[in-house]
Design a protein around this ligand. Structure first.
Ligand code: KG4
Ligand code: ZN
Length: 373
């Protein structure tokens, strides 16, 4: 089966053609960073408008890279939740229109589930590796979400949240710290680059929620810690000092993500760890997880760099899983700002195992240009 994936949940317009087994035939991502950069964050209205103009050329490119015509596509998968409502709607309506005209099924995909499935993708030059074996523990760390899951099967119903951030997502913390250091947007890749030549032990920052008795995270205190440091010492004008500060911040985030993910795998008795989301592209995190999993005798599966950040290949593959499980119906895809994945551990939302109301999609929270951020 050949699936055309479409992703427009936030600030990337993406289309890809994948086979149902995860082989990627094409993968096109048009980033809107230049549009949102002056505002220091994603502006929802601008995101929707840009998806409208970008989606057609991106789709055309994805088909042409795969050397396929539209009539060779067997199904369409589109991100339908969570995300910016207007942005999601652009992708969903285009997907439904295409599916109707081609008379093929269309399936809605949960963006977070897509990130968890990115480790299954095989790109043309990927080194051969066997897919993750079930059950596994997954760390999802992106700009809007940070959580650890136990994954027992390849459907959203078989994903159980074991812990999650109680405030900022890890990527959001990177973005906010970069903003307060005047480094630009998005902050993750910039801090990652600077941290590579910094010394994380020179500047002492607090450990964010290190307790071993919870798999929850909290990153806003660390962000405030950096802000206080800057208030006290001023923005580092010296290049090396800036690199050291970035390294200190990044090492604190990496340390807690790594320790809790390993702890979760050992506690759950699983032998495989999967990571996903934009922060999984972080060199420090990839290195630390590699070392820690090897020491603990666990298998680590990290998606290729391009599959960590938002893309449509992961959506196409996750859509194929959904379609194979239950054949699609093009009238059934509806937009929602809420994830389908469990959110049972979130602070203030009931204890684990108790029914909870859906949580407001953090992607909305991320799309802010508040001056105090
Ligand atoms: O998964 P993603 O593309 O979008 C969401 O679903 O949120 O993640 C974007 C986030 C941003 O916060 C960005 O700063 C962060 O991922 N990010 C990184 C790196 N590359 C992207 N954070 C740390 N290190 C990186 N190399
Ligand atoms: Zn994402």
């Amino acid at each position: 089966m050949l699936i055309l994936g479409i992703e427009t949940s936030c600030d990337e317009t993406a289309a890809a053609v994948v086979r149902h087994d995860g082989e990627v035939l094409s993968d096109v991502v048009h980033s809107q960073i230049a549009v949102h950069e002056p505002f220091g964050g994603v502006v929802p209205e601008l995101a929707s408008r840009n998806h409208l103009t970008n989606l057609r050329p991106v789709l055309t490119q994805a088909l042409s890279d795969a050397d396929l015509g539209l009539n060779q596509i067997d199904a369409i998968a589109v991100t339908c939740r969570p995300g910016l409502s207007g942005a999601l709607l652009v992708g969903i309506e285009v997907a439904k229109g295409l599916a109707w005209s081609l008379q093929v099924p269309v399936v809605g995909v949960d963006h977070l589930f897509g990130h968890l499935m990115a480790a299954f993708l095989r790109f043309p030059n990927s080194p051969p590796s066997s897919p993750p074996s079930l059950p596994f523990v997954a760390l999802l760390a992106s700009g809007g979400h940070t959580a650890i899951y136990r994954v027992d099967g390849l459907s959203t119903r078989q994903v159980l949240e074991l812990g999650a951030t109680r405030d900022d997502a890890a990527g959001e913390a990177f973005d906010k710290v970069a903003k307060l250091l005047g480094l630009g947007y998005p902050g993750g890749p910039i801090i990652d680059r600077l941290a590579a030549s910094g010394d994380g032990s020179v500047i002492a920052l607090s450990r964010p929620m290190p307790q071993r008795n919870t798999l929850d995270f909290s990153f806003s205190g660390l962000k405030t810690n950096v802000r206080r440091w800057v208030e006290q010492h001023g923005r580092p004008s010296d290049d090396q000092r800036l690199r050291d500060l970035c390294a200190a911040f990044q090492s604190r985030v990496v340390e807690v993500l790594t320790k809790k993910t390993i702890h979760a795998a050992l506690r759950e008795g699983v032998s495989t760890i999967v990571v996903g989301g934009g922060v999984a592209a972080n060199h420090g995190l990839r290195g630390a997880l590699g070392t820690a999993t090897a020491a603990a005798g666990l298998r680590l599966l990290v998606p290729e760099m391009r599959a960590c950040t938002d893309n449509a290949a992961m959506i196409g593959f996750a859509g194929a899983l959904g379609l194979l499980a239950e054949p699609g119906d093009q009238t059934a895809v509806t937009m929602s700002p809420h994830t389908l994945l469990s959110t049972v551990t979130r602070k203030g939302r009931g204890r684990r195992g108790e029914p909870t109301r859906p949580r407001t999609a953090p992607k909305h929270n991320r799309a802010r240009t508040r001056p105090e951020d």
